[in-house]
Ligand binder design. Structure first.
Ligand code: GDP
Ligand code: IMO
Ligand code: MG
Length: 429
């Protein structure tokens, strides 16, 4: 298989950015296929730290980056991110970045609706990133979205803004939020157009050409399976499909082009935002994981909720996400802990089940069933081969493989790019 798709197997922030950056040395092009600037990927290369939201992580290695049609693109956020990474010494030009002409745009009103809705939800809020991701995807499905290609047609923009504002200003007024003026939005889009359009093209055609030349494509997922709008802990999810199947529809290639599906999972669990989290630890252990793992959202800076590794949930993500191999990250955060716990299933109303149920009531009621595993004394931090791992750490990894029913393909032992153990090359699988 020539290509690889990387997806999150938990609730996001598993270290996808680090793994994509590492794998990008073996790829020719890196493609984002869903999500938007709700994603936050931290890459550590020597003494430089890059924080990417919309830009494909392969850009750090100078690989061609493609933003596929399945991504929702906030032009202002993208241009600001380009300026930020350029200040760090990276070059982003139409030679290194292409954006699908049929990608949906996020406008300022989407963020406003997102935030007004969250405020109206009160305690029942989803805990979104407030960046307009959900409302932009809603507009796409409702067939009124402005897309990247529309920037070249001022008349189309004007007509579409009329329809958008009819819908959104009504909603904003109902929510007691400020409404938007058409002219200001139109002026903003027309001012952005000349800066964005040089990047815009039918990327499906470029990808087809690259495939015919035998180039290796790395598909970079954002968020994770448990945040998938169908398969996640609905309604506490993001508004796109995050499973590997989306790599095909979100980039404009056929399903057979997706290749090997690599699921990324932390050696424990985190979640940012609201929603069920059966293995969450609100005690000192949870706080310790958060401190040692530096568990703060890349995008919002919110502290991430922390808990034990949930093998039942990752097994479910493996099945619905089509995961063929696992990259296990942050093993080093567990160094020195005496006993570790792995969730192997749940009890709901006295019944033992092996998966997270779909209904919100049952999800909230699910209590984890644990298996205890002995921890290890030595350090895994910075290990670059199995031989450097304590025997008990290897046992922990092997037990996870058994429970989630997927082999560990990569192991990450620090934020640094090269502190990675490759068990099998996913591009060779
Ligand atoms: P993503 O959204 O999946 O790309 O993940 P984030 O970048 O949001 O969060 C993962 C965090 O963990 C980042 O700060 C990474 O630098 C860091 N990280 C990645 N892999 C490892 C690892 O193996 N060990 C440690 N300690 N940190 C890691
Ligand atoms: P990466 O790619 C972790 C969460 C939000 C919220 C829910 C919906 O860095 O793993 P949204 O703004 O998407 O409508 O918010 O999804 N969320 C993430 N959590 N990592 C992410 O991305 C996330 N992107 C969205 O916290 O609970
Ligand atoms: Mg992240």
């Amino acid at each position: 298989m020539a290509n690889v798709a990387v997806i999150g197997a938990q609730w996001g922030d598993e270290g996808k950015g680090k793994v994509v950056d590492w794998l990008a040395s073996r790829a020719d092009v890196v493609v984002r296929f869903q999500g938007g600037h709700n994603a936050g990927h931290t890459l550590v290369v020597g003494n430089q730290t890059y924080k990417l939201s919309l830009l494909p992580s392969g850009l750090v290695r100078g690989k061609l980056g493609i933003i596929g049609n399945g991504v929702v693109v906030d032009p202002d956020a993208l241009l600001a991110e380009i300026a930020r990474v350029q200040a760090q010494g990276l070059t982003v030009t139409p030679d290194t970045l292409r954006i699908a002409d049929n990608a949906t745009l996020i406008l300022p009103l989407h963020g406003a609706i997102d935030r007004a809705r969250e405020a109206a939800r009160g305690a029942a809020r989803i805990g979104t990133t407030g960046r307009g991701i959900g409302p932009a995807y809603e507009d796409k499905v409702a067939r009124r979205a402005i897309r990247a290609c529309d920037l070249a047609e001022p008349d189309t923009l004007s007509r579409k803004l009329d329809e958008l504002l009819l819908h959104h200003n009504t909603l904003l007024r109902g929510l007691g939020a400020e409404t938007f003026e058409k002219q200001a939005l139109l002026d903003g889009l027309l001012a952005t157009a000349p800066r964005l359009l040089p990047f815009v093209e039918p990327v499906w055609e470029r990808l087809d050409g690259l495939r015919r030349q035998g180039r290796r494509i790395l598909f970079e997922g954002a968020q994770a399976v448990m945040l998938d709008v169908d398969h996640g802990t609905y309604p506490f999810v993001t508004s796109s499909n995050t499973v590997a199947a989306t790599a095909a529809s979100g980039a404009g290639v056929g399903p057979s082009a997706v290749g090997f599906v690599l699921g990324i999972a932390k050696a424990y669990t985190t979640r940012v935002g609201s929603g069920p989290f059966p293995t969450e630890l609100t005690d000192d252990v949870g706080r310790m994981l958060g401190e040692r793992g530096h568990e703060f959202g890349t995008v919002t800076g919110r502290p991430r909720r922390c808990g034990w590794f949930d093998a039942a949930m990752v097994r479910q993500a493996v099945k619905v996400g089509g995961v063929q191999g696992l990259a296990l990250t942050k093993l080093d955060v567990l160094d020195g802990m005496q006993t570790l716990r792995i969730c192997t299933g749940y009890e709901v109303g006295g019944t033992r089940i092996g998966h997270l149920p779909a209904a919100p009531g049952a999800q909230a009621a699910a209590r984890p069933v644990y298996e205890d595993v002995e921890g290890w004394r030595g350090s895994t931090r910075g290990a670059r081969s199995w031989a450097q791992l304590p025997a008990q750490a290897i046992k922990y990894v092997r037990r996870i493989e058994e429970l989630v029913e997927a082999p560990v393909t990569l192991l990450s032992t620090s934020p640094e790019r090269d502190d990675t153990i490759m068990v099998r090359d996913p591009f060779q699988d």
